[in-house]
Design a binder for this molecule. Structure first.
Ligand SMILES: C[S@@+](CC[C@H](N)C(=O)[O-])C[C@H]1O[C@@H](n2cnc3c(N)ncnc32)[C@H](O)[C@@H]1O
Length: 287
């Protein structure tokens, strides 16, 4: 187990950095992780010739809304992901979309991967959907993948992964089918990437994407938000999930006790469906 090193700076600097991250992304740094802030920011500090966290805070304040603050936020975001993370859940999403495609009368389904990191989640979905569409013909779902991090999106758009990243969760058959080895890296084939539209979107600050989605995946993104902010985002997500659509959260996440805008799906265990607001329920009962 890692033992936190003794603090080498006043906690005030950590507090300012934590507040910056939270104000920009909603992400809070858990008290037991605060000691990692300085370690995480060391490469950035080195690149700018900055020695201490206090000095970094001073430079951020001086630069106001300049790129340094953005770089600090980017460096602190947790972008942990892997291909086919919680594979059983993604299989269930593929089963659900098969059923939805069957009922959609030719309409193209829309899937949103919110907080897509370097693209492992939307690429996993693109592989699954392509394989399913070969068995059950019909329009390939549109996949919209968003993240608050420009750096993560820039990498996601390239479809490049290291040997270490490609080995995490991706079966060899799919790796060889869908990726080309180029030097030390693996690059997703254009025919896979082209199914995904990558866009910047901050769940805390930006409007929701336009239109409704059949499935929204927001996995391992809202864990470190305050309960009030998480509730507000669930309420906004409920407005963009199509009636009969689904919300997918990470393995350790739930809507239960957090919002009334979603309830557990009666069909797909661990997934959630939007609850129509009372006015809409009355209107559809009368129709
Ligand atoms: C831990 S990763 C999860 C990636 C993927 N969903 C998964 O489960 O493997 C969380 C991602 O959410 C993004 N994120 C954090 N706060 C966000 C916000 N306010 N709006 C949009 N994305 C955010 C991070 O940049 C990061 O890429």
């Amino acid at each position: 187990m890692l033992t936190p090193p003794p603090r080498s700076h006043p906690s005030g600097a950590t507090n300012v950095i934590s507040a910056l991250l939270e104000s920009r992304t909603g992400q809070q740094i858990a008290v037991n992780r605060e000691w990692r802030v300085e370690t995480t920011l060391k490469p950035l500090m080195r690149a700018h010739g900055i020695q201490t966290l206090d000095e970094l805070v001073g430079a951020v304040i001086l630069s106001r809304d300049g790129p340094l603050a953005e770089q600090v936020v980017e460096a602190l975001l947790n972008q942990e992901s892997s291909f086919f993370r919680d594979a059983a859940v993604l299989d269930m999403v593929a089963d659900a979309t098969d059923t939805m495609r069957g009922n959609a009368g030719g309409r193209r389904l829309r899937i949103w991967s919110a907080g897509c990191s370097f693209g492992q989640e939307p690429l996993s979905l693109a592989m699954l959907f392509t394989e399913r569409c070969e068995k059950q013909p019909g329009p390939m779902p549109e996949i919209v993948a968003t993240d608050v991090s420009e750096a993560a999106l820039a990498r996601a758009r390239t479809g490049k992964f290291s040997q270490f990243e490609i080995q995490r969760g991706l079966p060899i058959r799919r790796m060889l089918n869908w990726f080309d080895a180029v030097g030390e890296e693996w690059i997703a084939k254009p025919e896979l990437i082209r199914h995904i539209v990558f866009r910047r979107q901050n769940l805390v600050a930006d409007p929701m994407p336009i239109g409704r989605f059949d499935v929204v995946l927001c996995r391992n993104v809202l864990l470190y938000l305050s309960p009030a902010l998480r509730r507000a985002i669930f309420d906004r997500l409920a407005q963009v999930v199509r009636p009969g659509g689904l919300l997918v959260l990470g393995a350790g996440e739930t809507v239960i006790g957090q919002t009334e805008a979603f309830r557990p799906s009666g069909i797909y265990r661990g997934l959630y469906e939007p609850v129509a607001p009372p006015a809409m329920r009355t209107a559809s009962a009368a129709a």
